[in-house]
Design a protein. Sequence first.
Length: 487
Amino acid sequence: MLFAMLAGVHPLGAQTAGTIVRGVAFDSLRGVALRGALVALGTNRSAITDSAGRFSFDGVPSGAHLFTVQHDAIDSLGFSDFSRRVTIGATPASIVVGVPSFATLWRETCGGAPSRDSGFVSGSVVDARTTKPIANATVILTIDDVRTGGRLRRVRSETRSNTAGGYTICGVPTKTPLQLRAVTDSFDAIVEVPASVSRVHRRLLAVGPPAQIAAAEPPPVPAPAPPRRSGLAAFAAVVTDTLRKPLTGVQVSFADIGRSGLTNERGEVRFADVPSGEHQLTARRFGYAPAEARITFAGEQTVQRRIVLEPVARLDSVVTSATSAALTEFEENRRLGLGHFITRAELAKQESRKLSEILRQVMSVGLITGSGGQAWLVSTRAAGSTCSFVRTAAERDRCLRQEGRIYVPENFERSRGVIMACYGRVYLDKFLMNPGHPTEPFDVNTVHPDDVEAIEYYGSASETPARYASLNGGCGLMVLHMRRSRE
């Protein structure tokens, strides 16, 4: 599946006040950054992640905000998106969103700790005609379980859908074909799930005859905007749901040529000056499965399409990620005896605490506490600045900003507890969360200990491994290795 690779922010309205929010989108199940993911802030702002999974929003007001991410890795699990609600203060913030770890999904879906080499199947039972949820439907999972000696045993699990049509079957083995069947008083539906190493399966079970909408008249496809340059084509589309209702705010993109637009209130979108050739079309909106097509354009041709998006299930999430290569590096650095290290075993004993509380107990880390429970990593041994000899506070601040070592907070940041200090750099795996000179404060309490596999901390430049060395390395550096899977 191909997605738009346009890095940056695409606000739909002017944003003039607030703070900046930087983030990284991760696939915690596979341990990789989500390149080209669509990240939405609320309902009217969106950004496309760059090749390292990074995104940013400026002008974000203080308060609770919902960040939602879509990507083909999420689609492959049977979800349309994952979201996370984050409270943003007046200071710049860094967040992580994306595919949750398996243990997080298991805990939210099944409860307790997951068993080794097993997963779960979840989803919804809906009326195929109206797409409304069906409560109290019988959901049957059948597994052909091959035992030693070549003997075949058929395993059957049964549950019922809840009042919202949802169902869950936990403890499903991996690498085995599955059959799901939903049964009501009048109809049933069967879905085959092929053998897979995946431990997470999400399936929509549509029961009954399909919707009879042939007589309904869909909205007309708009006329494409005429090409402005000779030899180029034009494109227009109307996007609807399965009941042919126009959908506004759908992102329609041709990733290979860097073109992207949003549908209007009539579900329409237009592109002029489309190069000749075959291009990949992707249409996305939160709450709906994406639609894709390969479309061929000829010179000065006008192309019109009607696109239908199907609604799918959603799940709120928190993200984690880790790779075995990163943990190998962690062990190598620990053997050198430089810096401070916290293992998963040490973290597991204190997962009910904030990350800052664990850091204070286990290692001598400098932390500044904010008025809203924030905790910023700060140097305890950084050298002084030559700017201390200037006469006035204004001159000192100007000097420090030019020197690029000591961070000088704005007045609104001071009210949150940020002080003038040399702040440490924080990496989530290989991604630097607070770049810049001087280094900006990063709130370590935005990361939950349950999502961390291991921690490295280096208090000075002489301790820091070469791969993390930087011009501001003397202010301390922390590497948070995020968890990829938890059993």
